[in-house]
Design a protein around this ligand. Structure first.
Ligand code: FRU
Length: 719
């Protein structure tokens, strides 16, 4: 890790100067704050009150007819909206002695100097003043920190006066928590310029810190702009920006921040993502589910197989663990199991033009004309929130993309284009979420070249992230169907005439349950496979520098059942390469106690078994304290409280086969050879690592139990 070599000493020297300036007083920044007023009592106490605007005492938040007031501390604040904007008044504090270099105060409301303001008076003269930010309709009632530098009056007596002499729009002022301090709390624009001598810029983040808008500029032009909970102090972890494109150049980071000029000192340059972070070794890092190195992810995007690689692009906030700043993150895998994260594939072209979800295809016949020298282009399609549906092409195996100059290729109220080749008609189909008709639809469009799209039919009642694909009926040569689902995964099976989807049944079916959303299938998967990955929406890892996980990749099949055609999901066979030692038992009665598997320390494990219910109402396992049980009488599986119906045809001779996948933040359950799939986020107690058998009623047992330890996909050599 190399520190950026500027300012470091400047900051330190400035600190030293401050110590000399304030003599004994500043015997360090450790001097406690001195509260002038927190306005928490129902009266103004010893403050003098004039006029009506300030009411009988501090307001308990928002007043009648006022927009919601936020950003104050505690339960009350000074709010001169008593009687509306047209009332006037003044508040005057008793005298106090200035004993710290800064006075910090929260201020909001009208932005009228001299009319809606708060003043610092020394010897009766106004020496500092602040107003709220608002002079126009709209705006915000949020209070923000202001800081007065009062070094020159240390030791002097002063008073604070809060003024409302303004009528009409924004004719009021809000003030709270006035405090003397050694620290400045007001955010001011800070800049830091450095030469890019390493690959990554590491940025410290503190969860819950105010979100700041940060820019990275090159020769004055903004090249990156994003929101970040930047840690001026006490970082929780670091995120990173890949600066490869700017190597050797001078960049400037610009951000409004509280604290002194050293506020941006936490930025560092590094060539490697330092091992000291314990990348992929964090205590709750899933061992075999895909998670992003840092930050937030949601939907899988652009699932495509090309040149021996499975691409996993994904909705990504590289700068924090909450949703925001949408980019396309990128990982590749030879086997759907071991992932290597590559640089961000699609950056927002500007702040606010986020790169939302979409898909990717190989344009084998070069219909788009972006191919070169016989090499087919990889085409990505996504929703630019500022423009509409856009496409870009890659000739370097999906590493970098070039935007089509004719973007957007389609403009509408909607998002999430899923492109698929219609082999029957030899053209492209886009299934995209659309609200143009005021309802939640999937709109189908067709195109000869991926650039020009013609709207065709629509399917009603699907929300976000459509997935649309044709697949064979298992075991019925020559038979195929089209499957359509939205982000929630509820699907319909039917026919597609090139313009319109015709479901062959009423309603929708459901394969996946629980934390599962926005799943896609791989384009161009080898051997005609239908490989699906979803977002395990809502699976969290408290305290970790990453958030959310993908569900296990599964092979989908369309199976003929007594109830009709149904999708089934089987974890891809490649996952078996993670299998390590296994514990096997032919037959165990239920319930059994934890001693049966004393010494078993469950973590990343796969548990396969067949449950025989006998006369029991409930039979199953308690895995690390979490119940996964079958209730045959009720026709359902219950996984950590999530109740999931088990179709009758999935139960064979009173037994149900289960395939459980246990990782650090989740359990996935596949029942009856993939007839039911469950993804469930779980926060396990670290000391609960055992396995118990559960039954209510008699005759229940487990057959063919196999407990298989799974290696880490990040460090297979250690497993
Ligand atoms: C679904 C979704 C998509 C959108 C993306 C934004 O989770 O809301 O509709 O494109 O996430 O991150």
């Amino acid at each position: 890790m190399q520190p950026i070599r500027n300012r470091r000493h400047g900051g330190w020297l400035a600190g030293l100067a401050a110590v000399f300036l304030f003599g004994g007083l500043t015997a360090g920044a450790a001097l406690p704050d001195l509260l002038i007023a927190d306005f928490e009592s129902p009266t103004y106490g010893s403050w003098e009150v004039r006029g009506r605007a300030f009411g009988p005492g501090p307001a308990a938040g928002t007043l009648p007819n006022q927009m919601r007031v936020s950003g104050f501390k505690g339960r009350r604040l000074v709010n001169s909206y008593h009687g509306g904007d047209d009332t006037e008044g003044e508040l005057l504090s008793p005298p106090f002695r200035i004993e710290r270099p800064w006075i910090n105060l929260l201020v909001g409301g009208g932005g009228w100097p001299g009319e809606t303001c708060v003043d610092l008076l020394v010897d009766g003269a106004v020496v500092r003043t602040a107003t709220g930010p608002n002079t126009k309709p709209g705006g915000s009632e949020a209070l923000e920190w202001r800081s007065w530098d009062v070094r020159e009056w240390i030791g002097r007596l002063a008073r604070i006066r809060i003024v409302d002499h303004r009528r009409g729009g924004w004719g009021h002022i809000n003030v709270d928590h006035i405090v003397q301090s050694t620290r400045r709390l007001e955010a001011v624009e800070r800049t830091r310029t450095f030469e890019v001598t390493a690959r990554y810029l590491l940025l410290p983040v503190r969860n819950g810190a105010p979100k700041r808008r940060m820019q990275i500029r090159l020769d004055g032009a903004v090249v990156r702009e994003f929101d970040i909970e930047y840690a001026v102090e006490q970082p929780d972890f670091e995120v990173f920006a890949d600066l490869t494109a700017f190597r050797g150049r001078k960049l400037t980071v610009v951000c409004r921040l509280p604290g002194g000029p050293e506020a941006l000192e936490g930025l560092k340059l590094a060539d490697e993502l330092p091992v000291s972070w314990g990348l992929y070794r964090e205590p709750l890092r899933p061992q075999y589910h895909f998670t992003s190195r840092r930050g937030w992810h949601n939907d899988p995007n652009g699932l495509v197989h090309y040149a021996g690689e499975f691409h996993l692009y994904y909705q990504h906030n590289p700068y924090g663990i909450q949703w925001g700043n949408m980019h396309w993150g990128h990982a590749v895998s030879p086997d759907l199991v071991h992932w290597k994260e590559l640089p961000v594939a699609l950056y927002p072209p500007r702040y606010g033009d986020w790169v939302f979800s979409g898909s990717a295809v190989v344009d084998w016949q070069n219909t788009s004309g972006f191919g070169r020298g016989g090499r087919p282009p990889l085409i990505a399609a996504w929703t630019s929130t500022g423009r509409g549906e856009c496409i870009a092409w890659s000739l370097d195996r999906g590493r970098t993309f070039t935007e089509y100059e004719g973007n957007p290729v389609y403009r509408h109220r909607g998002r999430d284009p899923k492109i698929v080749w219609d082999r029957h008609r030899g053209r492209w189909v886009m299934a995209v979420y659309d609200e143009d008709k005021g309802s939640r639809d999937v709109l189908f469009l067709t195109s000869p070249d991926l650039k020009h799209w013609t709207p065709r039919g629509r399917a009603k009642g699907y929300y976000e992230c459509p997935n649309f694909f044709e697949m064979p009926v298992e075991g019925e040569p020559g038979q195929s169907r089209w499957v359509l689902y939205g982000a929630d995964g509820a699907y319909a099976v039917g026919a597609f005439d090139g313009e319109q989807f015709h479901p062959e049944h009423a309603g929708k079916h459901r394969l996946w349950h629980g934390n599962f959303y926005a799943a896609q299938n791989y384009s161009d998967a080898p051997e005609g496979r239908h490989i699906q990955i979803g977002w395990g929406r809502g699976i969290t890892f408290p305290g970790m520098p990453f958030n959310q996980q993908m569900t296990l990749p599964v092979d989908l099949t369309l199976r003929r059942t007594p109830e009709g055609l149904r999708l089934t999901a089987r974890p891809v066979k490649e996952l078996e390469s993670l299998h390590r030692e296994a514990l096997e038992r032919e037959r165990i009665g239920l319930p059994f106690d934890p001693e049966t598997f004393a010494g078993l320390a469950l973590d990343a494990h796969r548990i396969r078994l067949t449950l025989v219910a006998g006369q029991a109402e409930k039979a199953g396992l308690r895995v690390r304290g979490v119940e996964v049980v079958w209730e045959p009488g009720k026709g359902r599986l219950v996984c950590d409280g999530l109740e999931v119906p088990v179709p009758g045809w999935a139960v064979k001779d009173g037994s149900l086969a289960l395939d459980l996948w246990l990782d650090r933040g989740s359990i996935e359950v596949f029942a009856a050879d993939g007839a039911v799939a469950i993804s469930k986020g779980v926060h396990f107690a670290p000391d609960q690592r055992g396995l118990e058998g559960v039954a209510e009623g008699t005759g229940a047992r487990v057959e063919e139990l196999r407990i298989i330890r799974l290696a880490s996909i990040w460090f297979p050599e250690n497993g």
